[in-house]
Unconditional design. Structure first.
Lengths: 403, 105
């Protein structure tokens, strides 16, 4: 069943830390909302070229946002970085600049106040990006094994079909990746309320099982204080009634492999295998909802090294992402008919044509290989580059989280 | 995971489930066999929604995918639509909009 595509040798962009990218993009990062417009104007000058916009809007320091930006700017898919600062914001631009410089990537920091305003900064930015686009062509291209791939999965716009078609099929693709020695990361720990035992018993050591249980309990407590889970009105219209019902459906997208570790956003998995990402902040709830939308979850998976992200949707999401391609797996056959241009995989045929979950899982795996071979995913081809990063608080993970 | 039983327009995901899932939209007047009983539906029920596969008592857990997805808030008779009006989460309340604004405008 698996196509010849999967047998093809993959190629990757070799970075100085030994990691390999499946894309080679130039990232423009604004370091406060006040620098967003200038950064966007520079990006728009290069429309149609691999130049993408990310950033952190807050003016006040946050260790999580700092760690995320450092991880994202040195992601294996990133070849060069332009930092755009207003000048008076709190973001630790010096450390971020040094992190990127030490990684061997071309980097430039522009301060709008120091340079003399919007026009001059845009001109300087355009000059740097033009040279960076030439520079990144020199990055060595080397063989890339499936076992070197890191793939994430999220779900968004779920309906009653998500848990029956797209999520178990994505889970099957995850099982294939793990079996081939690769790394797969799932999250939605906040959705999986009520599934403490099912999840924790999959940990590979007793200590990890304890950590998984603790994370689930933290999540239940956090969302109870918030008074709201990850349930949106469209979920109910699509036939889902409760958070638990959505959660058990979401759970299947992690596949059936043992859980090798639990990480937090921007932690890089130390080993191969299946990882659960704990996206729920530690301590007392402080900055509101753990993740305000699907894009903030995608960005966290990318910060932990995901080369691409699977996105299962029943109602029909259209988002993509900066840095790593998003592969859309449509759970609902009616939605697929309506929104085909945005969907890479029609998992709804599990219901409408009675195709097996395993077959669609293999199709998803083949799609990962094709996207890793530089074929654009639907959202990527349509120019989607969503990016969301907000405030959070995390304690570092302990040694038993990655045994 | 695989769908365990398909019957007409309905399917059962896990043998332990006490709800069935609508596989094809149900129209008023449609008849479907649910267990030993033939149910005649008096309203349209959309694809993906849940139908009681047996009588479920008030307070009893509703089981889908083989796990509890909440508790019945009233007695639910076999063949009835199971949704926000008779099922609630054991953890968090469900937030919904009461209009179809996008569709109507």
């Amino acid at each position: 069943m698996m196509s010849s595509l999967s047998q093809n040798k993959l190629k990757g962009y070799l970075r100085s830390d030994g990691r390999k990218g499946i894309r080679n993009v130039v990232v423009i990062a604004y370091l406060v909302e006040c620098a967003h417009h200038v950064a966007r104007e520079i990006m728009m000058h290069f429309h149609g070229q691999p130049v993408q916009l990310i950033g952190f809007g807050g003016c006040y320091p946050n260790a999580y946002a700092d760690k995320m930006m450092n991880a994202l700017c040195t992601h294996p898919n990133v070849g060069a970085v332009l930092l755009v600062s207003l000048g008076c914001e709190s973001f630790n631009r010096k450390r971020l600049y040094q992190t990127i410089e030490e990684s061997g990537r071309p980097v430039k920091l522009l301060g709008i106040q120091a340079i003399g305003g919007t026009k001059k900064t845009i001109a300087d930015g355009i000059e740097f990006i033009s040279s960076a686009l030439d520079e990144i062509k020199k990055v060595p291209v080397v063989d890339l094994e499936v076992s070197e791939l890191v793939v994430g999965v999220v779900s968004g716009g779920s309906d009653a079909t998500s848990g029956i078609t797209a999520n178990p099929a994505a889970g099957k693709a995850f099982d294939i990746i793990v079996k081939k020695g690769g790394t797969a990361i799932f999250e939605n720990i906040g959705e999986m309320i009520g599934l403490d035992d099912l999840i924790s018993e999959r940990g590979v050591t007793p200590e990890l099982r304890g950590e998984l249980k603790k994370a689930m309990e933290k999540s239940a407590r956090y969302y109870t204080i918030m008074g709201h889970g990850s349930f949106a009105p469209g979920n109910a219209e699509g036939g889902l009634t409760t958070q638990e019902e959505k959660g058990i459906g979401a759970y299947y997208k992690g596949g059936t492999a043992p859980i090798s570790g639990i990480i937090k956003p921007a932690d890089i998995p130390l080993h191969k295998g299946l990882y659960l990402m704990d996206i729920v902040p530690d301590g007392e709830p402080r900055f509101g909802f753990p993740n305000v939308n699907d894009s903030s979850e995608i960005v966290e998976l990318i910060a932990s090294g995901a080369h691409c992200v699977l996105f299962t949707t029943g109602r029909g999401s259209v988002v993509g992402s900066a840095i790593s391609p998003v592969i859309k797996i449509c759970a609902n056959p009616d939605t697929y008919k309506r929104m085909q241009d945005d969907m890479d995989i029609n998992a709804g045929k599990i219901l409408s044509e009675e195709v097996s979950v395993n077959e669609v899982g293999e199709e998803i795996f083949d799609k990962i290989i094709s996207v890793a071979s530089c074929v654009p995913s639907c959202s990527e081809g349509l120019g989607h580059q969503e990016f969301v990063l907000g405030y959070k608080t995390f304690e570092p993970i302990g040694p038993s989280c990655q045994p | 995971m695989k769908i365990s039983i398909i019957m007409g327009k309905l399917m059962k995901i896990n043998p332990a489930d006490n709800v069935l899932i609508v596989k094809n939209n149900i129209s008023p007047g449609d008849e479907e066999q649910v267990g030993d009983i033939k149910i005649t539906f008096d309203k349209a029920i959309g694809f993906g929604h849940k139908i009681a596969g047996k009588n479920i008592n008030k307070g009893e857990k509703v089981i889908k995918f083989g796990v509890p997805i909440g508790s019945a808030t009233e007695d639910i008779s076999i063949g009835s639509h199971v949704h926000l009006h008779n099922l609630k989460s054991d953890y968090l309340s469900t937030y919904t909009l009461d209009d179809e604004f996008i569709k109507s405008k």
